[in-house]
Write a protein that binds this ligand. Structure first.
Ligand SMILES: [Zn+2]
Length: 428
């Protein structure tokens, strides 16, 4: 059986800057307003319902509020779906998903519409996207093309005033050629990630710090935020002070820089996760205890828990796209606490501020992050050997150089060993 011929379709989102003209901006702002209205109205009804929750649809609101007819009905229908999903997520996992809250005009605005009967048209030649109810297509900056079927389009307006379009595309992704290499990753405070990577014979450790440009932007953001706070604006609820012109000007600057930092961070995470996926067949990461880490105030200041989970999420879906194996180690495995040399489990290491330690059993001196990534690497290596077949004799170093071909042959003949694929819906 040839894996390459029947690998499943994947959903991939492509994000571009959007440049609507004045008229189009007016329409978009109308849709944002209607979507916000539907969301808030339905949320209000759910929250104030006594016992029985009324089953209303956007269509029913239209009779009462005819101006809803003026915008794309799919955008309204999606709002209901998004709200229902938000509630489902919240009830399933209240720690991770907050209870849905009312949408405010000053936050990010967005709506999603689906592709049905050619109502959405992507034109790479003229750099435009056509959405329902707008006769003239909107200008887009396509920095890259895609092939495949467009499923939906989400349009966003950021607090900075910029517009973006995210196009969800179903497409076939060519898996990468198998490689005989595995890695363990530790995400941490000192370095963003410590990676132990190798093939059982050669092994290297890679320390990936947060990039300097990101640190610089973050510092600038703190400075700008301090300046913003000095401008005249209401400081507590009920404060009648009006926002000064200067305050509004600075608020926009802060929003722009925020967006810039977040784009830079995403770019860094995309590059790093792609490199890891390209270079390794098996990737092991310990499941994060972000909550525990954030409880430590000392750490919470310096870390970005969001980046860690985004990074792990990227590794997960990219592994799925490119036929790599991603393993999230259970926290009970406690790779940070185990000596990578003798296996002794050091309970003192629950204290995250201990950066270095000496194993009381074998005497090895450990750097916390390196020890953890080494432990992950050992797990990844076992899996890698399993993938090429334990029944095969251990490869000699010369054979190891041709291991990628051997893996390719093996993976083609033993699809049952592979994990079941899942669909992922974001990133690149
Ligand atoms: Zn030890």
């Amino acid at each position: 059986m040839n894996m390459k011929e029947d690998h499943p379709m994947h959903l991939k989102a492509y994000k571009y800057r959007l440049y609507p003209n004045k008229q189009q901006e007016e329409y978009l702002s109308k849709v944002f307003g209607c979507v916000r209205f539907i969301w808030n109205r339905m949320l209000d009804e759910k929250m104030n319902a006594t016992g029985h929750i009324p089953q209303v649809t956007p269509a029913q609101y239209k009779e009462e509020y005819p101006w809803l007819y003026e915008v794309d009905s799919l955008a309204l229908a999606n709002t209901q779906l998004h709200l229902e999903k938000a509630f489902r997520n919240h009830f399933r996992d209240p720690k991770r998903f907050k209870k849905p809250s009312f949408k405010k005009k000053r936050n990010e605005q967005s709506f999603t519409t689906n592709h049905v009967n050619g109502n959405i048209k992507i034109d790479f030649d003229n750099s435009t996207v056509k959405i329902p109810k707008l006769n003239i297509p909107i200008k887009v900056k396509f920095h890259r093309k895609f092939e495949g079927t467009v499923k939906s389009v989400t349009i966003r307006k950021k607090p900075s005033g910029r517009y973006y379009v995210s196009i969800l595309v179903e497409e076939k992704i060519e898996p990468l050629k198998p490689v005989y290499s595995a890695c363990g990753i530790d995400v941490g405070i000192k370095d963003f990630a410590t990676i132990t990577q190798g093939n059982g014979v050669t092994k290297k450790r890679i320390h990936k710090p947060n990039p300097e440009y990101l640190e610089k932007s973050k510092m600038m953001l703190t400075k700008l935020q301090r300046q913003l706070d000095k401008k005249v604006h209401p400081r507590r609820k009920g404060d009648k002070t009006k926002k000064s012109k200067n305050y509004i000007k600075y608020a926009k600057r802060v929003a722009k820089l925020h967006e810039h930092v977040s784009n830079q961070r995403l770019d860094f995470l995309h590059k790093l996760s792609s490199t890891v996926i390209h270079e390794n067949q098996v990737i092991v990461v310990e499941d994060l205890n972000v909550e525990g880490m954030l409880k430590n105030r000392h750490l919470a200041k310096t870390i970005s828990s969001v980046s860690w989970s985004t990074f792990i999420n990227m590794l997960q879906y990219k592994a799925d796209w490119y036929d790599r194996e991603f393993i999230k180690e259970d926290r009970f495995f406690a790779s940070t606490q185990k000596c990578s040399k003798c296996g002794y489990k050091n309970p003192l290491l629950k204290d995250l501020s201990i950066r270095e330690w000496i194993c009381p059993v074998c005497g090895t001196h450990h750097d916390r992050d390196e020890n953890s990534s080494d432990n992950g690497y050992e797990v990844a290596l076992i899996r890698l050997k399993q993938l090429v077949g334990q029944e095969l004799p251990e490869p000699t170093p010369v054979e190891r150089d041709n291991m990628d071909d051997r893996m390719a042959t093996y993976l083609k003949s033993e699809p049952s060993l592979k994990q079941e694929a899942t669909t992922s819906t974001s990133g690149r």
